[in-house]
Structure formats: C-alpha cells, structure tokens
Design a protein around this ligand. Sequence first.
Ligand code: SAM
Ligand code: DTB
Ligand code: SF4
Length: 326
Amino acid sequence: MSAMTVDQVNVLFGLPFNDLLHRAHVVHRQNFDPNAVQVSTLLSIKTGGCSEDCGYCSQAARYHTGVESQPLMSVEEVSDAARAAKANGATRFCMGAAWRGPKQRDLEPVLDMIRAVRSLGLETCVTLGMLHDDQARQLAEAGLDYYNHNIDTAPDFYAEVIHTHRWQDRIDTLNLVRQAGIKVCSGGIVGMGEARIDRAGLIAQLAALDPQPESVPINLLVRIPGTPLGDTPALDPIEFVRTIAVTRLVLERSFIRLSAGRREMPEELQALCFFAGANSIFYGERLLTTPNPQTDRDLALFEKLGLRPMSPGAAVAEEGLDKTGS
Ligand code: SAM
Ligand code: DTB
Ligand code: SF4
C-alpha cells in the first residue's frame, strides 16, 4: 500500500475488530507464508550510562533504574553469544549499545563484531544510536545487514518523551543508513500514554519512508521503575492487536516484529498478533536489560500454533504464499 495520511490510518484503527483482523490477515497471506516467523536474538553489547533522556529507557544515566553500566563487550564475548544464539535456532543477531551515537573509537570494535557474527552465518543487525558522516558506510563495508533505529512514536508525541534529540534526527540517521545500502529496521513503542491518533501517526510515518523499512519492530512499553514512564497505565491488549493489524495493512511487505513486552503477553494475545500479521520475534531469554520469554515457552507456543522459524533471507516466502488470500 502506498503512503497514507494519519487520518486514513486512524480510520483503519476504528474498523470493527473482526473486519480489521480479516483484512490484515488476508494481506499477510498475500505477502508472506503465514506460518513462518523470523527469529532474532538480541544482545546488549554496551549497557547503561547513556547521555539521552528517553523517558522509557532503563539505560539513561539520569534515571535511577538499578541497571548496572557495562562497557563495550569484547569481540570474543559477542562471538560466543552469537554462536549460542545460532545453536538455539536464531537466524539474525542484533547487537544494541546504549549510546546517543558511536564515537569512531567505539565503532571500530563493533565493525569487528559484525564481521565475526557474519562469519558464523548469521544475519547481522546493530542499533547504536544516531550515525553521522561515513559511519553508515563503514558499517555497510563490514557487511552489516540491518540497522535498527526506531522513530519510536509520532512526531508530535516525541517531544513529550525525549528532549535530548529530535524526531528529525532519527529520520536523518535512517536516511544515511538507506543511502549506505543497509536494510532498515525501524518501528516504535506503544503504551507510552500516547493517543490512538499518535499510534496512527507512528504507522503513517513508517509507511512514508521510501522505501518502507524491511523490518518494523512494534514494542509494547516495558514499564521500568525509576523512568518517567514507569507508572504509565497499561495499554488495552485489544488496542495492541489493532496496532499490529493496522501496521500489517499499511506496511504490507515489511516484517513486523512482536518486540518488547511479549513476556507480559498471554499466549492467546500473541496468537492474535501472529494472526493479525506479526511475523518476527526476539527469541532468547533477555532483551537488552529486561527478560524475554523463556525459549522453551516460545518453542512450545510455536508448536501449539503450528508456527516454524523462517530461514534467513526469506523476505517473501515462495512456499505457502497464498496469492488468492483465501
Ligand atoms: N541507543 C540506541 C537508540 O536509542 O537507538 C539503541 C538502543 S535503544 C534501547 C533501542 C530501542 O529500544 C529504542 O528506540 C526503543 O524503541 C526500544 N526500547 C528501549 N527501552 C524500551 C522499553 N522500556 N520498552 C519498550 N521498548 C524499549
Ligand atoms: C527494538 O525495537 N526493541 C529492542 C531492540 N529494538 C533494540 C529493545 C527492547 C528493549 C526493551 C527494554 C530492555 O530490555 O531494556
Ligand atoms: Fe540511550 Fe537509546 Fe536508551 Fe535513548 S533509548 S536513553 S538513546 S540507550
């Protein structure tokens, strides 16, 4: 679907639930194997002590969240973690650093990590904050497959949550990533106290990226005590499913990752999200600083739902693709 206005996206949010889920599922089947889920494992390669003030984040130095700062890991430690992730069935390895953006002396070891993870036959993804100059090109040269950089929320709501950088700075980095030929992973967080129109704004902005991001993580806020958003009321789970369904309708060919917040989601809620068009997860017992579901629970859920992990690079699966949408 081509880019839509915020109001058009908002209309989709207001559809009767059954109509919305049916439409989203038909679009999902037209573009993907509905029973295959892309599986990524996340590792925090540098934790805490971040200069930024993102109101949801456990790693901002200014909030007292109990997260212990840890310096950049060694290439060997990262390689070991990637090998273990591969042995557990992950096909993509995502490395996250709590930086506003990397300094050149930080970037060099990260380039080595990318080469090392790639050499194991895993897809690579990093999320390092804002990039400048030719950092994106250096990442591309090291063989990076994906750069994760979330626009997080609608432009109008952004300044309610983050004051140390601007929404437009995120877009500027995404443009550098795209120009360097790296695939884009960009999504956002819901459940931060935003209104539905802000969720529509987030999705409309993601859809307006040209080309649209290959991967779209939808995070449900993990409420971290000590952060400004630590006491935010929970988002209604049905509204969360609607968010996934609308994202599928508007970003027809993007992978939609059911990201943070899965640990608090009952199986039936996750199942509805997979039906509504989510087809990627973080797999492994930790996100960055908070727990993710146990791997045996995820495997049991896959088994119950007849889902299977997707092979790497299968952006549009030929097998099982249902052009009729039936
Ligand atoms: N520092 C880099 C940056 O901000 O881009 C990379 C790491 S940052 C932790 C990556 C993303 O994780 C954020 O943009 C946000 O979307 C997500 N995130 C962080 N804390 C979260 C939380 N408590 N709940 C849900 N998502 C969160
Ligand atoms: C994304 O969209 N979600 C991930 C990853 N990209 C880097 C991070 C989720 C973080 C959840 C809170 C934590 O563990 O600190
Ligand atoms: Fe820093 Fe990223 Fe957390 Fe913001 S989201 S405080 S930039 S680690």
